[in-house]
Design a protein. Structure first.
Length: 560
């Protein structure tokens, strides 16, 4: 094998197997990451042993970050963008010298770029990769300018006609503690990467819960007698009628938390036995611009999606339950297609994230503007690409399929559990089999699984029989690296962030034939397997073997 640099030194020192070193080099090159980062995260090598060898090889000082006082970290010299890009940490400075913690001393680009941006002489210090990753996370979180020295007076919430609000309305001027509490709940949820906030009243208690990485957990329990004031404050912020407590209401909050960053909240109130429950969905525009490489597609699956997006016509369907990431997958595709030469229109219920350059329409069934009517209007607007938020009925399905057959690329969603079930759902709606087989080009079924924290995940000793019973092949077991959650101060019970698990199926001639023959979902699934398309369970188990998530999480997200 052609090993060089640190990879060769580590192998010669017996700290990493040659095969693992080669794999880490290939992954690092593909993902534009550091060899050491990949080797440690994959569990191919021990972080401390790697740091000691790197220190010796390059003649650089070695530091234990666990013993370093984080209060001494240099602030406002190296931008967060550079810290995150190169996974380095500005430790301290002496005169014009900046001491920089890094785990990979071969990353000369980081030294040069930081030297150029700061005008200082950079002195690298070697640290352990896992400790560096954890501290970089904390440093960026603490130093994020979005939340620096945040004061309630700085909070800018878009409320139309604020002069119309009366001073004596509950939840406004006189209730400063309520205002601060609500603001804190919203900001903490944003900083913690939560997707939803639940404000829930009960007979003898009141609780606030965040949904983080797909799992709800309680974060606060204010006095139950504040239930009405909290609800009123949230309703004022989201421009709801605070005098109406008998029917559900929908609203929206736009919170400007810095000059360049704003977060939207979609708000819904629901009258319950003990008061109004309010749920806020956090809509971060940056989630739609992550790029397809960040979503978790395998290389083959990504190629299928990109190939379908490049077609001038056809239908791409994204399926899965609520909260499975369908919107982000669709928006990512739309961002790829969004150029000056294309006319893109979307019908959504409701529009979650504003995308510049795309014509987005909120459907409103009360005035007769449903998905079908919006789609009919789109086809009179010279479209190239159309996105329909959801195919709910035969009328919408028929129009969407006709659009796909007449030279338009159509993207949409269905609430089905798998790709084969999507095809049978369309047939059950009444769509002719011929139209399904000739218009649908790609189906993506997806789930979101929790990603193991890279800073603290630990190897898992799972008996081979258990892995076989779970559905892993002998090849995956032999080549896989299995980890389990541990938990540290930068993650949530051993998990941090989520990763997509996908079933990506292209409609091949063999699948078209089974559709035309009226095959059921089981028969379609069998043909899809023969054609080489992984189902959700297989994709989840591959993520387990890659060390991205745990077997326990794969079992939670997908069934056998």
């Amino acid at each position: 094998m052609n090993l060089n640099g640190l990879a060769r030194s580590l192998h010669q020192a017996g700290l990493i197997e040659a095969e693992h070193a080669q794999q880490a080099l290939e992954i690092a090159k593909r993902e534009k990451s550091s060899f050491i980062t990949v080797a440690i995260q994959k569990g191919y090598a021990d972080a401390l042993q790697v740091a000691v060898l790197a220190s010796t090889e390059f003649g650089l000082p070695l530091l234990d970050l666990a013993a370093f006082d984080t209060e001494l970290l240099v602030k406002d010299i190296v931008s967060n963008a550079l810290v995150e890009k190169h996974k380095v940490l500005p430790l301290f400075k002496r005169g014009n010298r900046l001491f920089l913690a890094q785990s990979d001393p071969s990353n000369i680009t980081a030294i040069d770029e930081i030297k150029f941006n700061t005008g200082m002489n950079v002195e690298p210090v070697i640290v352990e990769e896992n400790k560096l990753a954890a501290m970089v996370e904390k440093f960026i979180s603490a130093e994020d300018s979005t939340f620096d020295d945040f004061d309630d007076d700085d909070l800018d919430v878009d409320i139309e006609n604020p002069e119309d609000k009366k001073d004596d309305e509950p939840g406004t001027g006189d209730d400063a503690p309520i205002v601060r509490f609500v603001n804190k709940m919203l900001l903490d949820a944003i900083k913690g990467g939560s997707s939803d906030i639940h404000f829930e009243p009960y007979e003898k208690r009141y609780r606030v819960r965040y949904r983080t990485d797909g799992v709800l957990h309680e974060v606060s329990s204010p006095p139950v007698n504040l239930s009405g004031k909290i609800a009123a404050r949230l309703k004022v912020m989201s421009q709801m009628d605070i005098s109406e407590r008998r029917v559900p209401q929908d609203g929206r909050i736009k919170m400007k938390i810095s000059k360049n960053k704003a977060i939207d909240f979609r708000v819904n109130s629901l009258p319950t036995l003990w008061g109004e429950k309010l749920v806020l969905r956090i809509l971060d525009p940056s989630s739609a611009k992550m790029g397809i490489d960040a979503l978790g597609y395998e290389e083959g699956q990504k190629a299928l999606y990109m190939e379908a997006l490049a077609q001038p016509q056809g239908m791409i369907l994204v399926t899965g339950p609520t909260g499975s990431g369908k919107t982000v997958s669709l928006y990512t595709g739309l961002n790829i297609l969004n150029t000056e030469e294309t006319n893109i229109s979307t019908a959504e219920d409701p529009v979650e994230i504003n995308l510049e350059g795309i014509n987005q329409v909120n459907v409103n069934s009360k005035v007769g503007l449903d998905f079908g009517e919006a789609l009919r209007s789109f086809l009179r607007q010279d479209p190239d690409i159309v996105m329909v938020g959801e195919i709910r009925d035969l009328d919408t399905a028929s129009i969407a399929i006709k659009a796909a057959q007449t030279g338009h690329l159509v993207l949409s969603t269905l609430h089905t559990n798998s790709a084969p079930e999507t095809l049978t759902r369309l047939a059950n709606m009444g769509v002719p089999a011929f139209n399904i087989a000739t218009s649908v080009s790609l189906i993506i079924a997806q789930r979101l699984g929790r990603r193991l924290c890279s800073a603290c995940k630990q190897p898992a000793d799972i008996p081979e029989q258990v892995l076989l019973d779970a559905g892993l092949t002998e090849e995956l077991i032999a080549n896989g690296e299995f980890f389990q959650p541990k938990g540290c101060d930068v993650c949530n019970k051993g998990y941090k962030g989520r990763v997509g698990i996908y079933e990506v199926v292209r409609i091949t001639p063999a699948l078209s034939k089974i559709i035309m023959d009226g095959g059921n979902s089981l028969e379609i699934a069998a043909v899809a397997k023969d054609e080489g398309f992984n189902n959700l369970r297989t994709s989840a188990l591959e993520k387990v073997a890659q060390g991205v998530t745990s077997l326990e999480e794969a079992n939670r997200v997908t069934a056998d």
